[in-house]
Ligand binder design. Structure first.
Ligand SMILES: Cc1ncc(COP(=O)(O)O)c(C=O)c1O
Length: 353
C-alpha cells in the first residue's frame, strides 16, 4: 500500500468509523455533566450577542479567578480562537515557544506574523536556563502546562520562575491551561501577573469539544480591548447556545472533575505500562491525556497502522517532535488494549524501536 500523504491532523480530525481505534484527536469520550444539557434554552434570544461574551458567563467565571471581574474575560470559540486573537496583537514580534508544542501554536504564530523562538524541552519540561537565555528580545512566551503533546506538568518552582523573569522584563505570558483540571499529581498552579494572559476552555474539563466555547483572562484592559476588536471582524460573538451550556456546566459538582481525573489516571497507567511493555521509550504523563513515545520510521508506521489496522495516531513531526508519535488516550481501557494489540502486530512489519 502507498504511504499516506499525512499533511496535518486535519487528515484525521473527526474521522470515525466501524472498527477504527483513534488515538488521534484529543477529545474526551466521557459524557459532559448533565448540567450542560440543562443549560440549553431553545427559545432564547438569537440576535447577535456581546463580542466580549455573555455577561452572566463572564461573571460566573470571575468567581473562579480571585480578584477579577467580568471585564477581565473574553469568551471565544474554544481556546483555539483565544490563541489566534492574542497572537494577532503582536505582528513582527518574537515569541518564545517550548518545543514539542501543541500543533496549532506554530501555524497560528506564523499566520499572525510573529517569529517563533524555540526552547527545547528536556524530558518534556521547560529547561529554565535555556528559557532565560532565549527570552530576551521576545514580546511573549507561551506556556502550556499540563502539556499537549508531552503530558508533562511544569513544577511550581519553574512556573514561579517564569512569573518572576517575565515580570522583571515586561514580557507577556500566554498560559494555555486547557488541561488545568486534568493533573494527576497536584492542584493546578495558575501563573499570575499583570502581563499574564490565561487561555482556557470548556472542551476538555467538561467534555464538550464540539460546542466550541473557551475564553481568555487578562488583567490588562488593552489586551481585552484589542482581542475584542479583532473578534468583531473575525467571528463576532461566540455561539450563544454554547455559552448557555458553558454557564450551566459551572454549577456541576466538583466531584464531576474528580471522577473524571480518576478515570484518566487509570487509562494513563494502562497505556503507559502497555507501551513500556512493547518496548517504547516515553515520558510518563502527569496531566492531560497524551503520550509521545519515540518511534523510528514514524510516517510509515502511521500509514501501516491506519491502512492495515484501522488505528489512528499522530505524527510527532506535527508537534515539532520528529521521530516520535503522539497518542491520545481519550478511549476506554478495552479500546486502548485492543489498540495496543494492533500496534504490536504493526510493529512486526515496521521497525519502530
Ligand atoms: C494545548 C491545547 N490548547 C488548545 C486546544 C484547543 O482547544 P479548544 O477545543 O478549546 O479550541 C487544544 C486542543 O486539543 C490543546 O490541546
Amino acid at each position: 500500500m502507498p504511504l499516506l500523504k499525512l499533511k496535518s491532523p486535519a487528515d484525521f480530525i473527526g474521522k470515525q468509523g466501524s472498527g477504527v481505534i483513534s488515538f488521534g484527536s484529543g477529545q474526551p469520550d466521557l459524557p459532559p455533566p448533565k448540567e450542560a444539557f440543562e443549560g440549553i434554552n431553545v427559545k432564547r434570544d438569537l440576535r447577535y450577542g456581546l463580542i466580549q461574551g455573555e455577561t452572566n458567563l463572564r461573571e460566573a467565571l470571575s468567581k473562579e479567578y480571585p480578584g477579577s471581574t467580568a471585564a477581565n474575560f473574553v469568551i471565544t470559540n474554544g481556546a483555539s480562537e483565544a490563541l489566534d486573537l492574542v497572537f494577532r496583537m503582536w505582528p513582527g514580534e518574537k515569541i518564545l515557544l517550548p518545543r514539542p508544542y501543541y500543533y496549532s501554536y506554530l501555524p497560528l504564530i506564523l499566520m499572525a506574523g510573529m517569529k517563533p523562538v524555540f526552547t527545547d524541552l528536556v524530558d518534556g519540561r521547560i529547561d529554565i536556563k535555556d528559557f532565560r537565555r532565549k527570552i530576551r528580545g521576545c514580546k511573549a512566551v507561551l506556556v502550556n502546562s499540563p502539556s499537549n503533546p508531552t503530558g508533562r506538568v511544569e513544577s511550581i518552582e519553574t512556573l514561579k520562575e517564569i512569573e518572576k523573569t517575565t515580570q522583571k522584563l515586561g514580557i507577556y505570558v500566554v498560559s494555555d491551561e486547557v488541561y488545568k483540571d486534568l493533573i494527576y499529581e497536584r492542584e493546578n498552579y495558575e501563573i499570575q501577573g499583570k502581563r499574564v494572559i490565561t487561555i482556557n476552555s470548556f472542551s476538555k474539563t467538561y467534555c464538550m469539544c464540539g460546542v466550541r466555547v473557551g475564553y481568555l483572562w487578562s488583567a490588562d484592559k488593552k489586551v481585552v480591548e484589542d482581542v475584542c476588536e479583532f473578534k468583531t471582524h473575525t467571528s463576532m460573538n461566540t455561539n450563544l447556545v454554547g455559552q448557555d451550556m458553558a454557564l450551566s456546566t459551572l454549577s456541576a459538582p466538583k466531584e464531576y472533575t474528580e471522577k473524571q481525573r480518576l478515570i484518566w489516571r487509570e487509562r494513563r497507567d494502562f497505556i503507559y505500562k502497555g507501551l513500556l511493555d512493547l518496548g517504547f521509550d516515553l515520558w510518563k504523563p502527569e496531566g492531560a491525556f497524551y503520550v509521545l513515545p519515540k518511534a523510528k520510521n514514524a510516517r510509515k508506521f502511521l500509514s501501516v497502522l491506519y491502512q492495515e489496522h484501522k488505528v489512528i495516531t499522530y505524527l510527532g513531526e506535527w508537534f515539532g517532535a520528529p521521530d516520535r508519535i503522539r497518542l491520545s488516550y481519550a478511549l476506554d481501557v478495552k479500546q486502548i488494549e485492543e489498540g495496543l494489540g494492533r500496534i504490536r502486530t504493526a510493529m512486526k512489519k515496521v521497525r519502530v524501536l
